[in-house]
Design a protein around this ligand. Structure first.
Ligand code: NAI
Length: 341
């Protein structure tokens, strides 16, 4: 069986706990992956390394694949987010986040099926901030044609390939006429020139969010710039059971880094309360990516078996506390392993 070298960044906070649980499930399922562990963020600083060591970035570049736990970013001070840095350095320009209702997870809606496409390299997260004079700062929002066109292209291609029904862009081009205006123009250009068969609509983001919480079934694929994508991902997670159940992929042309939407959750770190499912689902996305990009049938088979097992666990009420159950990080992993076909 072909195996695939994969970088594992456990992260910090709940990261090491959920990463260990996910690794246990992957090992039990005989996933065709060989993990190489690397550090980033607080874990790297604690080991006396740079916050984002070159060795970590180079290893991902070499093997093209990583599974990543969350990394803390200090609020209002300190180092630049390693998550943002990693996406920029590896040019992981497309964040893809499927948000789906799960059998056994009771929420207001039982038929949510969304995919969020977030531009991952620029916007307000370009990190261009300046103190102009004491008491006055600016944060620059960067929008380029290059980044806007390629995220639009990737989003429409995904929508078409998966046979999904439509793309909705969330924007604020009524106020940010230049930056969001450019984003919107680029998406329209790609739609008209390359994907005229895909249904396409636009929503001003504030009204779009209202519609999203009122009836998420009216949306399918949501496309937006960096900051909006960050916020709307968490909002959408709230529609299907919270941050414990939403996975994600950060995709470039040569590299792919899979990570949950959630952060390091310092409020529950070290207590084994964290739900490892979002990272496990991210690992399933990684396995499916291997199937699609490298033709690895064993990856697809492992992904299907793990999906079957966690769906079964949820259906049987074997859940962590965030979903109303009484399992902890490790016992949930055991419950999934017990149900592997
Ligand atoms: P968070 O996502 O870490 O936590 C928000 C809330 O959701 C908390 O109450 C937490 O306990 C809960 N939660 C999150 N993941 C959970 C899980 N797997 N199981 C059960 N409950 C879970 O967001 P917060 O508190 O805003 O950020 C904490 C830190 O994480 C910050 O330093 C932030 O910058 C960083 N962060 C890192 C990300 C990454 O590495 N990709 C993404 C988002 C935030």
């Amino acid at each position: 069986m072909t195996t695939h070298n994969t970088i594992l960044i456990p992260g910090d906070g709940i990261g090491p706990e959920v990463s260990a649980a996910v690794r246990k499930v992957l090992d039990a399922a005989d996933a065709p992956l060989i993990f190489h562990e690397h550090r980033a963020g607080v874990a790297a600083l604690d080991a006396g390394l740079d916050v984002l060591p070159d060795a970590t970035v180079d290893a991902i570049r070499k093997h093209g694949l990583a599974l990543k736990g969350p990394c803390t970013t200090p609020v209002g001070e300190g180092f630049t987010s390693v998550n943002v840095q990693l996406r920029q350095r590896l040019d992981l320009y497309a964040a893809v986040r499927p948000v789906r209702s799960l059998d056994g997870v009771k929420t207001r809606f039982d038929d949510v099926d969304l995919v969020i496409f977030r531009e991952n390299t620029e916007g307000l997260y370009a990190g261009v901030e300046n103190d102009i004079v004491p008491g006055v700062v600016t944060s620059m929002k960067i929008a380029t044609e290059k980044a806007s066109l390629r995220i639009a292209r990737r989003c429409f291609a995904y929508t078409q390939q998966r046979g999904r029904s439509k793309v909705t862009v969330f924007h604020k081009a009524n106020i940010m006429k230049k930056s969001d205006g450019l984003f919107l123009r680029c998406v329209k250009q790609v739609h008209e020139a390359e994907f005229p068969g895909v249904t396409y609509e636009t929503r001003i983001i504030d009204a779009g969010c209202m519609k999203l919480v009122q009836d998420p079934t009216q949306f399918d694929v949501l496309l937006m710039e960096n900051f909006y994508g960050d916020v709307v991902s968490d909002l959408a997670a709230g529609l299907v059971g919270g941050l414990g159940v939403v996975p994600g992929a950060n995709l470039g042309e040569d590299c792919a880094v899979f990570e949950a939407v959630h952060g390091s959750a310092p409020d529950i770190a070290g207590q084994k309360k964290a739900n490892p499912l979002a990272l496990l689902m991210s690992a399933v996305m990684l396995l499916n990516h291997l199937h699609e990009s490298r033709g690895c049938d064993a990856s697809h088979d492992t992904a299907e078996r793990i999906k079957h097992a966690y769906n079964r666990a949820l259906h049987d009420g074997a859940t962590t506390r965030d979903l109303g159950g009484d399992l902890n990080t490790d016992t949930f992993a055991d419950a999934v392993i017990e149900r592997l076909p």
